[in-house]
Design a protein around this ligand. Sequence first.
Ligand SMILES: Nc1nc2c(c(=O)[nH]1)N=C([C@H](O)[C@@H](O)CO)CN2
Length: 123
Amino acid sequence: MDIVYVRDLKIDAHIGIYEWEKRILQKIRIDLEMGWDNRIPAASDNIKDTLNYKTAAKRVVQLVEDSHYDLVERLAEAIADTLMREFSIPWIQVTVGKPGAVRGSSEVGVKIERGDRQWQMST
Ligand SMILES: Nc1nc2c(c(=O)[nH]1)N=C([C@H](O)[C@@H](O)CO)CN2
């Protein structure tokens, strides 16, 4: 399966389980790996045939900025669900990281995969 990806997308989010976290914005970091048949836009050279990484990234920024979840697990699920539904993505991997949340670690977070990884591209 081909992939369209967005790496190291940094967004200010309301996220966290503690009261003090609910009052502040924290930087989170997002990686997306999205399954797509890239042979079609490669043949047409037309943006309409792509999974447009700019549009997808902007949708994630909007979703994160409009949300306030406790857990990174919940946010990762919301991102996966929204992108799969709105962009007809067959398989997605979403990483949500909180840099600096744990002393001594550069980043903590979750990585989830949703959809059909065996999805076959049309021939
Ligand atoms: N698996 C998780 N563990 C923790 C989370 C989380 O969202 N998922 N969140 C926190 C706190 O919000 C922490 O980031 C504050 O520093 C702790 N563990």
